[in-house]
Every structure is written in structure tokens, then in C-alpha cells.
Design a protein around this ligand. Structure first.
Ligand code: ZN
Ligand code: ZN
Length: 365
């Protein structure tokens, strides 16, 4: 695993040269995990453009042993204010660290002031998103972790349905808790995010938070949830209906399902991000519901549940093999109900691989 992290730092070092930076101060914990394997809650990493052995890792005393095991070969500094400590370190060797990039998208104004105080003789330069751009393309070990997270969610949903736990009289919160504990029984460290269970009119709220409302016969039930495995997330939305579906529910479901299939088909290496969004959106627009598709088509999934790239109307860039993204069109009819169907998939050289395998039939419970 250490080789993987070293190769990732090498890739970052190549970017630093392109951006004319001597070094990069990485302070976002997900990015630090990606570059070093460290899983603690306080750290910073200084990566030098010239060679990896000039990189320095900092954490505080609580994580000294953990860092020795996880981070291995990197030089380590033990201090509480990690970003400041490593900036001071760069300033002490300012001939080699004249231009120091930092993650301006993650650093607070107060932290920036603290860094400036230590940066004497060093030019601090905003360098947002460098590591995030590397993270967009996953290696096989990352895709495997996401696949395991998807599998834990698939099994949890199957169990909850088989055990009859989605039924009239159960509350949204009960079902959400049940799903979360079953994901953990199936190998997840925890939920990927707060599980969404939205019944009846609540299903028309894209990010509804589960309540004590009970499911009623005739309700559409939207379940959007995911698992966390080895730091990687999964993300899936499935729809159920309590009792036989009404015609409008079946029709709405079929529409979104057709749009979702069109989005999946378009999610190929080389495809423009906006074109993938358009492929699904056009299906919904043609049916007259364009105004009721309230969000982008999807997002990258990895160490963060929402990360680059975004599949959206205004997105720029293209998909590439190794990217893991969601495809999740939705149509939301206020006060009636809404439908969203979401898969997590991995873009491959010759197509894509859907990682969330639960049935996409409208399940009747
Ligand atoms: Zn989701
Ligand atoms: Zn999502």
C-alpha cells in the first residue's frame, strides 16, 4: 500500500511542477489519507516537487504510533498545529520552498492568517483542487472498496425488504436505522451519509431527513443511502411502494427509469460531463417534467460521498476510465411524491460497470 501512496505523491509532484510550485501544503484529511494512508483526525503533509524524500508529515501526539504504522517512510513531525508547523519548516529552508501551494478551498481565514505568520520568506499560493483532481480517477483497490460498500448496501436493502421491515406502520426513522445497522452487519464501518427514507409526499423532497411519520398504504418510499468501507463510500437510491402502485406512480417510475438508463448508457470514457446529464435530462424534458428535475444528474464518489466530477448541465470536462460516479435523475411533484433512481458506477475502458446491483424494478411491499 505504501507504494501506492508514493505513486500518488509522485503524480502530485508532477502537477506541482506544472503549476510552478516548489511544494504543496496539504491540510484536507481526505487528501492526506489519499496521499499517505493516514486515517487520524489531525494532520498536514508537505510535499516537495523535487523528490519524495523531502516530503514531511505532521500529526499530534495522540497519533504518533498510528502514524508510524500507517505513514511509514515519510519523515514525521509531532506537533498540534500541523499546518503552521510545516509552513515554519518550509520557511526554515526557504531556498527550496520559495513558492508553497496550499489548499485554499479548505483553509479558513483564521488558519490562513496563522500560516502567513509562519511563512516568512515563502510565498503562499492558492492551489485549490490539485489532489481532488488526482482523486477523480480511481485505481482498482479504490474501486474494490467502493464495490464492497455498494454490496453492503445492496445486502442491507434486500434483508430489510425480505424481513418485511418496510411496511405500513413503520416509521421513516425506524427503516433508516435498520438499514444502517444491517449495512454494518454486512461489513460497513458506518453509513456513507445520513440515510434518507422519504415516504408519501416526503418523497418529493430531494434530501428529506427521516421523521417519525409512519408509512401508509399507497405511499411511494424513496430510500437513498450508502455504506462506508475502508474510507470509501457508496450511494444508491431505490423506490418502493406500499401496496399496489397507482397508475401515476408507475408512469412516473417508468419515466425516471428510462432517463436513468439513458444516463448510464451515456456515462462512458471520453463523454462530456454535460452531455451525460443531457442524455437523461432530455428524456424527462420530453415528458414535460424538465422543471421538476431539481438537481444535476450525478457526482463522483470516493473518499468523499460527493466529489469531482459533477455530472450537470453546466459542468465542463469529460469522463475517463477509472472515474466512479452516480447517475441519479429524479422527478419531484410537490405534495404528491417523487421518484429518484440512483446507481454508483465505475467508468471502464470499454463501457461502465454498475456497482449497485439492487433491482431497479419498482418494489411493492
Ligand atoms: Zn444518493
Ligand atoms: Zn448521490
Amino acid at each position: 500500500m505504501h507504494q501506492t501512496h508514493e505513486a500518488r505523491r509522485d503524480a502530485l509532484r508532477a502537477r506541482l511542477v506544472e503549476h510552478e510550485l516548489d511544494a504543496m501544503l496539504v491540510t484536507d484529511l481526505r487528501n492526506i489519507r489519499y496521499l499517505t494512508g493516514f486515517t487520524g483526525s489531525n494532520a498536514a503533509l508537505l510535499v516537495h516537487s523535487a523528490e519524495d524524500k523531502r516530503s514531511v508529515f505532521c500529526t499530534d501526539g495522540r497519533y504518533e504510533q498510528q502514524a508510524a504504522a500507517e505513514v511509514g517512510q515519510l519523515e514525521q513531525v509531532i506537533e498540534r498545529q500541523c499546518g503552521s508547523a510545516l509552513t515554519r519548516r518550509a520557511a526554515a529552508d526557504r531556498e527550496r520552498f520559495r513558492r508553497l501551494g496550499f489548499e485554499s478551498q479548505h483553509v479558513s481565514v483564521d488558519t490562513y492568517d496563522a500560516l502567513l505568520e509562519q511563512a516568512e520568506g515563502v510565498e503562499l499560493r492558492r492551489a485549490p483542487g490539485l489532489v481532488e483532481r488526482l482523486r477523480m480517477v480511481k485505481d482498482e483497490s479504490e474501486i474494490e472498496a467502493i464495490r464492497m460498500a455498494c454490496a453492503a448496501a445492496d445486502r442491507a436493502l434486500a434483508e430489510v425488504i425480505e424481513q418485511g421491515e418496510v411496511r405500513a406502520g413503520m416509521t421513516e426513522r425506524q427503516i433508516a436505522r435498520e438499514l444502517e445497522s444491517r449495512m454494518m452487519d454486512n461489513g460497513a464501518a458506518g453509513p456513507a451519509f445520513e440515510t434518507i427514507v422519504a415516504a408519501g409526499a416526503h418523497s418529493a423532497i430531494p434530501h428529506h431527513r427521516p421523521t417519525d411519520a409512519e408509512l401508509c398504504t399507497g405511499d411511494l418510499v424513496k430510500i437513498d443511502f450508502g455504506a462506508l468501507v475502508d474510507g470509501y463510500h457508496s450511494d444508491m437510491t431505490r423506490m418502493l411502494v406500499v401496496g399496489p402502485p397507482a397508475d401515476w406512480q408507475r408512469e412516473l417510475y417508468q419515466l425516471v427509469r428510462t432517463a436513468q438508463a439513458a444516463g448510464c448508457q451515456a456515462a462512458l470514457g471520453g463523454a462530456e460531463l454535460a452531455a451525460v446529464d443531457r442524455a437523461a435530462r432530455e428524456v424527462i424534458e420530453r415528458a414535460g417534467y424538465g422543471e421538476r428535475f431539481l438537481h444535476g444528474l450525478g457526482h463522483g464518489v470516493g473518499l468523499d460521498v460527493h466529489e469531482a466530477p459533477r455530472l450537470a448541465k453546466e459542468a465542463t470536462g469529460t469522463l475517463a476510465a477509472g472515474m466512479t460516479v452516480t447517475v441519479e435523475p429524479g422527478v419531484y411533484l410537490a405534495d404528491r411524491g417523487g421518484v429518484r433512481i440512483e446507481d454508483t458506477l465505475a467508468v471502464r475502458e470499454d463501457g461502465n460497470e454498475v456497482l449497485t446491483l439492487s433491482t431497479k424494478e419498482l418494489v411493492t411491499v
